[in-house]
Ligand binder design. Structure first.
Ligand code: FMN
Length: 242
């Protein structure tokens, strides 16, 4: 009888420990986005123990010194993009110009958005993987490992450009707009601001870019696990061919 009681006590203690572990995990906030996939499209995070790779970006300070009038004069579409890698400092400035936070105390951005819903998710594609830009932390969070640049579009500059930015409207953040046509309209307008900032930064930093609406919406939707939203526009970015 005593042995039976001891066994029951051990089982009860073990169950309690497991519950406490679960509570601790919730408290630490270590939830991993379910959208994370490996180079073959398999889910590697969420149910598995592998943690997402996070790349801290340097402060965005370079490439933004061109006088505004000159940047407007220089803004143009350039499709002849070299394969050479872009330095991480330039990538950091590019992402900050596109969608960075310029008023940290209010979490407001360099671009406006209707009713400040900030519905865009900005992804960076490079030879190593696909990353979500975390503007708050100035970091890149890997969401897929591997070279997916060709998935964006069959237009040839995506294969060559060392990085491409994909702008995804997340309609979960637009529920305030009841009408789908209103959501579509505001998402398109907000997308334009980001795209123009990418153009102006590229002019200032003497980089080549092109706004592209001709992208593989469905394949991007699958890769980025877009459930309520749309990949709207993509920008390959790199040094221009001479
Ligand atoms: C919404 C939008 C979608 C575009 N889609 C493409 C595209 O899929 N492929 C492409 O080569 N250029 C695309 N462009 C670039 C335009 O062709 C280019 O901006 C236009 O010819 C004017 O040239 P500029 O930007 O040098 O003034 C797009 C531009 C915009 C604004």
């Amino acid at each position: 009888m005593k042995k039976l009681f001891a066994l029951a006590l051990v089982i009860a203690l073990m169950a309690g420990g497991a519950q406490a572990q679960k509570r601790d995990n919730r408290k630490s906030g270590k939830t991993i986005p379910s959208s994370m996939v490996d180079g073959k499209g398999n889910k590697t995070f969420g149910n598995s123990v592998k943690a997402p790779e996070i790349r801290q970006l340097p402060e965005p300070v370079i490439g933004m010194d061109m006088p505004f009038k000159m940047a407007l004069e220089q803004r143009r579409t350039i499709r002849t993009i070299r394969e050479d890698e872009l330095p991480i400092d330039l990538i950091s400035s590019l992402l900050w110009s596109a969608y960075g936070i310029n008023r940290a105390e209010e979490s407001r951005r360099v671009v406006p958005s209707a009713v400040n819903v900030q519905e865009f998710d900005v992804y960076l594609f490079d030879r190593q993987g696909v990353y979500l830009y975390d503007a708050q932390k100035k970091a890149l969070i890997m969401v897929a490992e591997g070279d997916y640049r060709k998935v964006i579009s069959s237009q040839p500059f995506f294969e060559k450009a060392p990085v491409s930015i994909v702008l995804v409207a997340n309609y979960d953040r637009m529920k305030i707009f009841k009408d789908k046509s209103v959501r579509d309209f505001y998402a398109a307008v907000d997308c334009g601001y980001i795209s123009q900032n990418i153009y102006l930064f590229s002019a200032s930093a003497k980089l080549a870019t092109v706004a592209c609406g001709g992208i593989n919406h469905d394949e991007l939707g699958k890769l980025l696990r877009i459930t309520n939203g749309k990949a709207m526009l993509a920008h390959p970015v790199g040094f221009a061919e001479e």
